[in-house]
Design a protein around this ligand. Structure first.
Ligand code: ZN
Length: 450
């Protein structure tokens, strides 16, 4: 599902971080260089997961910035994952976070989650936005990181609105000025550089047929349909080509600052956690049920049906059989592909066009760098052995392999871990009781889930 535009951005971001690391190295800032290297490793792993090879082909057009798009605020980059800290007058250090809700634009007026005028409601626009919503989120995170100047970490949940468009709740670690955040939201867009074919060439009984060793051909003329790669090549050489779809967020963004341990923070965490236990389908059913009240029932069903019908015929990916409608062979075309019958999840009613993951967590959400983890692990071992930090240097530190004879069997290690965790919990509970009385009297609920 990664397109050329996305690849280009991922590489650009990698190159930026890489040059920061090299600059830090050249300046002899070893610590900083290590942190940049950790950021780089994380990002390259993300690239790998997304199937973006380091030397993959770059489609030039994709990097062109949209003319009318607002500019992105830009700051000096820092190798941190946590953002700004504030010191209170009594010396406490606060690292506030933000809670953002991002929605898609309007497709026509809605009332009670239903279009006021179903005839003019833009179902195709809604379907396309839903299909590419994941990309817009990725782009938002990339822009956020560039604008913030640090490797912003996030925890987010996608859920449906009553009008059946997906929206996003996102907790981000650290803060940036609201005006900057609004600017990032406004400046974020995603262009889908897919063949912008508007004319349906094949439908009903008039469909291309499969020939082994050849691919899909026109039944009457015998013309071999262009392959996906050929269609992209044509797009690339066409100076007047337009993206198939351009999308951006709607104007209704909700931004709140939250401080850890505050009531607001607890509410935000509960809000996010609430959706973790439900599938998107259940959430959709819930939305539908909530709107069901007799007379509105049929209107609701019509709304769902129209959206699903629009989703049925939209290409969901390069490999979608719907490309055959427009006379293009899908990527990796094979026999028995039929427009309107793509088996991919995005077309299913309960997914509402969103084929991505419900819960999105950045790799370094815990707010530590690799170096930080190594330090923490070492400190833990030193403490467990009852050593002083200074003594620790007398030992040789070595990682054991999983098959090492000195390593206790897995069940034993697990039981030890559980026992340790229970003892830790008990200590924490005891200290909380000592500090603020028994739980349940308004003391802060420490959110373990995040
Ligand atoms: Zn599809």
């Amino acid at each position: 599902m990664i397109d050329g535009d996305e690849r280009a951005w991922m590489r650009e971001f990698r190159d930026e971080v890489r040059s920061k690391r090299d600059a830090a190295l050249a300046a002899g800032e070893t610590r900083e260089a290590e942190d940049w290297a950790a950021v780089l490793a994380g990002h390259e792993a993300e690239m790998g997961q997304a199937g973006v090879g380091l030397e993959a082909r770059r489609r030039v057009r994709s990097t062109r910035r949209r003319q009318e798009a607002p500019a992105l605020p830009k700051r000096a980059m820092r190798p941190t994952t946590v953002g700004r800290a504030f010191t209170t007058p009594d010396g406490r250090i606060l690292r506030p976070s933000m809670f953002i809700t991002l929605t898609l634009p309007s497709y026509g007026r809605v009332h009670g989650g239903l279009p006021v005028n179903p005839e003019t409601y833009d179902y195709v626009g809604a379907a396309r936005d839903s299909l590419h919503f994941g990309k817009l989120i990725d782009r938002f995170v990339q822009n956020l990181r560039r604008a913030a100047g640090w490797n912003v970490q996030y925890f987010a949940v996608v859920e449906p609105q009553r009008r059946l468009a997906p929206h996003l709740h996102m907790a981000i670690r650290g803060t940036l000025p609201r005006a900057d955040l609004r600017q990032v939201i406004a400046a974020t867009y995603h262009q889908v550089w897919w063949p912008a074919v508007n004319e349906v060439r094949y439908e009903g009984d008039h469909l291309p047929k499969w020939e082994d060793g050849v691919g899909y051909v026109d039944r009457e003329t015998g013309e071999i349909l262009p392959t996906w790669e050929e269609a992209l090549d044509t797009l690339e050489t066409d100076r007047n080509a337009e993206p198939r779809h351009v999308m951006a967020f709607g104007a209704q963004a909700d931004i709140r600052g939250v401080v850890a341990g505050s009531r607001d923070a607890d509410l935000s965490i509960k809000y996010l956690a609430k959706y973790l236990t439900k599938s998107l389908g259940e959430a959709v059913a819930e939305v539908a049920e909530a709107a069901d009240d007799g007379a509105r029932d049929s209107a609701r069903r019509v709304h769902v049906r129209r959206l699903v019908e629009a989703l049925r015929w939209e290409p969901c990916s390069a490999r979608c059989s719907n490309w055959l409608r427009f006379g293009i062979q899908p990527e990796n075309a094979k026999r028995e592909m039929e427009p309107g019958r793509c088996p991919k999840a995005a077309h299913r009613a309960e997914r509402l066009g969103y084929g991505g993951r419900r819960v999105l967590v950045s790799r370094q959400w815990s707010g530590k760098t690799l170096g930080g983890y190594q330090q923490a692990r070492r400190a833990w071992v030193v403490e467990a052995l009852g050593l002083e930090e200074a003594d620790a240097d007398r030992f040789v530190w070595q990682k054991l392999s999983a098959t090492d004879a000195q390593l206790a069997p897995l069940p034993e290690r697990l039981m030890r871990l559980v026992a340790d965790r229970m003892a830790g919990r008990a200590r924490l509970a005891a200290s909380m009781v000592a500090e603020q009385g028994p739980p349940g009297d308004g003391g802060s609920g420490v959110g373990g889930a995040l």
